[in-house]
Design a protein around this ligand. Structure first.
Ligand SMILES: C[S@@+](CC[C@H](N)C(=O)[O-])C[C@H]1O[C@@H](n2cnc3c(N)ncnc32)[C@H](O)[C@@H]1O
Length: 185
């Protein structure tokens, strides 16, 4: 493990009840979770749970130069870390909870959501609000893609989204990516 990854693991472990993980998601997750991102110009992407920015980097690599990413992260130190590490004019870091997305992202619609927030550590009410608000803000044909370590929360997404699928990444621990689509407004 290199020094950067070790630093991230120490920080994640120290904040276990908000990170819900002891290390960053895998390279396979970074690639798979970004597989539904729109590549066209002027797209709006929202990320929930930026952490130290591994998925954020992959999002920026996949979208057009005129698109924009709003990245939510509750941990102020993680926000400072990414602010120092990623210099990209398309990235807007929001040091707040995903549950406030409606108030904080003032765009007509969001073209894709990429999320790694730990639903197991969110109250049922907060989790439901995040899923419903994201669905309401999502443009037609847009995807909400979420990585989690269990299939347990899948039904919460199936209840709201029009089309859902799960991709299993057989690592230790196993990672699951839920791709959830909105058909039309
Ligand atoms: C499992 S870590 C994932 C970090 C990184 N994106 C990755 O893939 O490794 C979850 C992150 O979500 C953040 N988080 C937890 N609850 C949140 C919330 N309600 N809103 C925004 N971020 C949240 C945690 O602080 C943590 O950085």
């Amino acid at each position: 493990m290199n020094f950067k990854k070790l630093k991230t693991t120490i920080e994640f472990t120290r904040n276990l009840f908000t990170t819900g993980a002891i290390s960053e998601t895998s390279r396979e997750v970074e690639v798979e979770i970004c597989s539904k991102l729109p590549k066209e110009d002027h797209k709006i992407i929202v990320e929930y749970g930026m952490g130290h920015g591994n998925i954020t980097r992959e999002i920026l690599k996949n979208i057009s130069p005129t698109s924009k990413v709003y990245a939510f992260e509750v941990n102020e130190r993680f926000c400072q870390h990414v602010q120092e590490e990623i210099q990209d004019g398309r990235l807007v870091i929001i040091n707040d909870s995903a549950e406030h997305v409606r108030e904080l992202v003032k765009e007509n619609a969001v073209d894709a959501f990429i999320a790694s927030i730990p639903f197991t550590f969110l109250s049922n009410e907060v989790g439901q609000k995040i899923i419903q608000d994201s669905y309401d803000m999502l443009a037609a044909d847009g995807y909400y893609s979420q990585v989690l370590y269990t299939r347990f929360n899948y039904k919460k997404f199936v209840r709201i989204f029009d089309e859902c699928s799960i991709t299993k990444i057989p690592n230790i621990p196993t990672e699951y990516i839920y791709h959830c689509k909105k058909q039309k407004n």
